[in-house]
Structures are given as structure tokens and as C-alpha cells.
Design a protein around this ligand. Structure first.
Ligand code: FAD
Ligand code: NAI
Length: 467
């Protein structure tokens, strides 16, 4: 007799949301987590600590970089990095404890230790003290997440001069110089943190553009803004070696297109070239599951090839985002409970939490062009948005893409102040099959930056009022 209806392996956004929903639906549930704290990558070493440092460093730069002075606030800030790190740690601790509370509230058993599948319906959990416990269950949900992709030939232990995102969230001092390998989300967010605190940041990227996959027009504008802020970019550059030289790190690179090699030195090198699914020690071989490069394969109902074994979040295909993991968690558990869980993969927003932010949802203009879709574009610059203007945050624009015939919104892409929050409006409109005219005719509060989005939608209709 199975003791549990569901055993979830992994306590990140995928795992703990699955556990919560399972508890709500009255399923007897256990969640297994090995890191000693719930919350996964996101709460412990991802979304939340990075946002804590982005928030604090933004204020620091506003004070140190003259932005406050322009507003008539004269201060001479002194950086207390230990306090900045301590407030980050406190917030993270509160959040992870909060998840533990949610588990209790929903009658989910939290089993501490590393889980290993030992045949269908059986999970063996090894606790920190080495003891083992067997959980028998009708369903196993794998939510073991992801880990940083290593740079071939480079050892990263986060103790020396070459770090991954986890190390870059806790550098002991502000580096004079930081090299970031990879112009993706982590590189630009954490690069921003350390640049704001005083580091000279050089980003080395293999491709000839930053943030691949993001709408090219937005990415190009974003790169210009970051360059104005002091970021240096070396695009089309292949890293051929990285070495920890004790007091500094050394990086060798050569142009992808060919040409002379170059050696760079910096106090730290942050390697942020993507993440890969994490399945180490999971015992997949005991049930005949072989992951591919994108992780554990499942059908569109989160079922692996083995009855009663399901998979969600970063460890399976799709964007490696917390909200994607959360949505899959709810849908997967609802399917296990015999309900109709569903995730709309066409409407998964992406946000880069720099200043200004980048936000995107739906098809990019590049994708529409490549697919030969007839579309209309509406664009609106923050320079013409009164709230952005009064706040001196005029960099960037919003772009809305709609079907040329039906006017249905196909995507929205923006770089600018608060666009990360703003994009949710377009997600809702798209979820309801909305047209750009629907957004254009919806009353928006004045003065808000969301009016820029409305004006972009009006632009699709050809009647922008303010630009
Ligand atoms: P995870 O959060 O990785 O959780 C998996 C958990 O499973 C881990 O705690 C791990 O210890 C545990 N585990 C693994 N194997 C076992 C086992 N055998 N037994 C027991 N436990 C196990 N996403 C966003 O949407 N927004 C952001 O702003 C954002 N910022 C990020 C910043 C950084 C620096 C990083 C690294 C990532 C960020 N992400 C962000 C991505 C986000 O963290 C992930 O998409 C999200 O955490 C995935 O959730 P998950 O539940 O699939 O996996
Ligand atoms: P990424 O996929 O965003 O960017 C990696 C970059 O590295 C790409 O531009 C790629 O072309 C480049 N690259 C790959 N190999 C390289 C090499 N050998 N040399 C130089 N450049 C190379 O990955 P990143 O930034 O590591 O983030 C990992 C994941 O974490 C992302 O998938 C993202 O979804 C998630 N994340 C999300 C955040 C958010 O939602 N705000 C914040 C941080 C992470």
C-alpha cells in the first residue's frame, strides 16, 4: 500500500507549488529537498537574492552617481557591503521559512534529504546524517531544477576568482574589475549589481548580440543603454581559457570570426553561459528514464514515459523561469488529481530586472518575419511618456505586435522603467485573445508608465495621441 498520493522531489518553485496545490486538493503529499532549505534555486541563490542586490545597488548608484543630487537630495553615500549582504540573507531566510509554513498549512510533509528513485513508486531519501527512509507513493513528481552550465575546462568552486551566479551573489568585496562570460540574463543582472557598486564590467559574449532570443530591436536598444551606463561588450568572442591566478583571474579569448587572441585580467570572472537540467543521483536508470540535453522528456501533460512519474520546471524542456515552473506545478498536480491542468506556453513572459528593465511576451518581430506572418507594429518611446519624463527615466520604448488581419495581439516587447510589471497587462489581454484595439481603448491611469503601453497599442491602430 502506498503511503503517499504524491512525493515531490525538489523544493523549488516547481516543487513547493506542486506540493501546495496537492495539499489543497487533499492528496497525501511529501516534498523532498536536499539543500536543507525550501525555495530551490529561486529563493536561495537565484531570483530573490539577485533582486535584493539589484534593489539595494540601484539606490546606491542613485545616491553615488548623482541621480539623487539632480533631484535636490544631496547625500554622500558610504557602501556597507556586509549590511547589503545581510539584508539579502535575512529576506531570503524569511522567504524560505515562509515556504515551510505554507507546507505545514497545506498538510504537506517536508522530508529533508536527497531523494533517489528506486523503481516505480519508490523514493529513497538520504538524510544529512546518512540515514535512509523509503517513501512509497502512487505518483512521483520530479522537480529537481537546474545548475549552471560549466565552461569546458574551467573549475568553478565559488571560493576563488572564477565564480558562477551563486558566487557572484556573495562576493566578499566590490571588485575593481569584473569580466562576465555570457551576455544573458544572469550576466547582465549581476553585472549591473557590481557595476553600480563600482566595478568596471566587461561582458564577453560568443554571439554577435546580447540576450539572444529577445526581440532584436529591444536587445539593440538595451545594449546601447547598458553601454551608456559603463558596460563594455566584447561580442563574437570565444573564450579559450580561464585561470585563477590568485589575486586576479585571467581569461583568454579569440574572435569567433578569426583573428588574434587576447588576454584579459580582472578581479573576478563570472561565468553565466546558461543552465542545464539537474538529475544527478536521481536514480532515473532504475525506471529506465534517460534525459536528453534539455532534461527529462515528458508529454504535454508532464508525464514521463513511466506511469506515475511526472516532471516539471527547469529539469524538463522550456524556458528556465520560476513562473513557468510554478504554472507547470499547478497544471501537473491538477492532472494527477483528474482535473484539467493546462499551461499556455505562448504566453510566458520574460523580464530582465536591470535598470531599465526588459520585458517580453509572445512572438518577437524576428519570429514573425521568419514565419512570414503579416503583422502590424505600434511603438511608443518613454521619452514621450509624461511620468517617465518627470522621473528622468526616458530610456527605452514599448512595442506591440498584432496580427495584420485580426488585430489580435501576438507579442509585446519593451525596454524601459517598470516594464516588468507592465507586461502582465499584455499577458492577460493575450490570454483572453485580446486585440491591440482592446488595450488601446482601455482606460489607463494617468500619469503612469503603463500609458506608454497603451500608446503603443494605439500605434498599432494608427492613432497614437502623444508621440
Ligand atoms: P529549482 O528552483 O532549481 O529547485 C530544485 C530543487 O531541487 C533545489 O532546491 C535542489 O536542491 C533540489 N533537488 C535537486 N535534486 C534533488 C534530489 N535528488 N533530492 C532532493 N532535492 C533535490 N527565474 C525567474 O523567473 N525570475 C528571475 O528573476 C530569476 N532570477 C534568477 C537569478 C539567478 C541568479 C538564477 C540562477 C536563476 C534565476 N531564475 C529566475 C531562474 C529560476 O531560479 C528557476 O527557473 C527556478 O528556480 C526553477 O524552479 P524549479 O523548481 O524547477 O527548480
Ligand atoms: P542565458 O541563456 O540567459 O545566457 C547565456 C549567454 O551566454 C547567451 O548569450 C549565450 O550566447 C552565451 N554563451 C554561451 N556559451 C558561451 C561561451 N562559451 N562563451 C561566451 N558566451 C557564451 O543564461 P544565463 O544568463 O546563465 O541564465 C540561465 C537561466 O537562468 C536563463 O535561462 C534564465 O531563464 C534564468 N534566469 C532568469 C532570470 C530572470 O528571469 N530575470 C534572471 C537570471 C536567470
Amino acid at each position: 500500500m502506498a503511503q503517499y498520493d504524491v512525493v515531490i522531489i525538489g523544493g523549488g518553485p516547481g516543487g513547493y507549488n506542486a506540493a501546495t496545490r496537492a495539499g489543497q486538493l487533499g492528496l497525501k503529499t511529501a516534498i523532498v529537498e536536499g539543500r536543507g532549505k525550501l525555495g530551490g534555486t529561486c529563493l536561495n541563490v537565484g531570483c530573490m537574492p539577485s533582486k535584493a542586490l539589484l534593489h539595494a545597488s540601484e539606490y546606491y548608484e542613485a545616491a553615488a552617481g548623482g541621480e539623487f543630487a539632480k533631484l535636490g537630495i544631496e547625500v554622500k553615500p558610504k557602501l556597507n557591503l556586509d549590511q547589503m549582504m545581510a539584508q539579502k540573507a535575512e529576506s531570503v531566510e524569511a522567504l524560505t521559512k515562509g515556504v515551510e509554513f505554507i507546507m505545514k498549512k497545506n498538510k504537506v510533509e517536508y522530508v529533508k534529504g536527497w531523494g533517489r528513485i528506486d523503481g516505480p513508486g519508490k523514493v529513497v531519501v538520504k538524510a544529512e546524517d546518512g540515514s535512509e527512509r523509503v517513501l512509497e507513493t502512487k505518483n512521483i513528481v520530479i522537480a529537481t531544477g537546474s545548475e549552471p552550465t560549466p565552461l569546458p575546462g574551467v573549475t568553478i568552486d565559488n571560493a576563488g576568482r572564477i565564480v558562477d551566479s551563486t558566487g557572484a551573489l556573495s562576493l566578499p568585496t566590490v571588485p575593481k574589475s569584473l569580466i562576465v562570460v555570457g551576455a544573458g540574463v544572469i550576466g547582465l543582472e549581476l553585472g549591473s549589481v557590481w557595476r553600480r557598486l563600482g566595478a568596471e564590467v566587461t561582458v564577453v559574449e560568443y554571439l554577435d548580440r546580447i540576450v539572444p532570443g529577445t526581440d532584436t530591436e529591444v536587445a539593440t536598444a538595451f545594449q546601447k543603454i547598458l553601454t551608456k551606463q559603463g558596460f563594455k561588450f566584447k561580442l563574437g568572442a570565444k573564450v579559450t581559457g580561464a585561470a585563477d591566478k590568485g589575486k586576479q583571474a585571467e581569461l583568454t579569448l579569440e574572435p569567433v570570426a578569426g583573428g588574434p587572441a587576447e588576454t584579459l585580467q580582472a578581479d573576478y570572472v563570472l561565468v553565466a553561459i546558461g543552465r542545464r537540467p539537474f538529475t544527478q543521483g536521481l536514480g532515473l536508470e532504475t525506471v529506465g528514464i534517460t534525459p536528453d540535453k534539455r532534461g527529462i522528456v515528458a508529454n504535454d501533460h508532464y508525464k514521463t514515459g513511466v506511469d506515475g512519474i511526472w516532471v516539471i520546471g527547469d529539469v524538463t524542456s522550456g524556458p528556465m523561469l520560476a513562473h513557468k515552473a510554478e504554472d507547470e506545478a499547478v497544471a501537473c498536480i491538477e492532472l494527477i488529481a483528474g482535473k484539467a491542468g493546462h499551461v499556455n506556453y505562448d504566453i510566458i513572459p520574460g523580464v530582465i530586472y536591470t535598470k531599465p528593465e526588459v520585458a517580453t511576451v509572445g512572438k518577437t518581430e524576428d519570429e514573425l518575419k521568419a514565419a512570414g506572418v503579416a503583422y502590424k507594429v505600434g511603438k511608443f518611446p518613454f521619452l514621450a511618456n509624461s511620468r517617465a519624463k518627470i522621473n528622468h527615466e526616458t530610456d527605452g520604448f514599448v512595442k506591440v505586435l498584432a496580427d495584420a488581419k485580426t488585430d489580435r495581439i501576438l507579442g509585446a516587447h519593451a525596454v524601459g522603467p517598470n516594464v516588468g510589471d507592465m507586461i502582465a497587462e499584455i499577458c492577460v489581454a493575450m490570454e483572453f485573445g485580446g486585440s491591440s484595439e482592446d488595450v488601446a481603448r482601455t482606460c489607463h491611469p494617468h500619469p503612469t508608465r503603463s500609458e506608454a503601453l497603451r500608446q503603443a497599442a494605439m500605434g498599432v491602430e494608427g492613432w497614437t495621441m502623444q508621440a
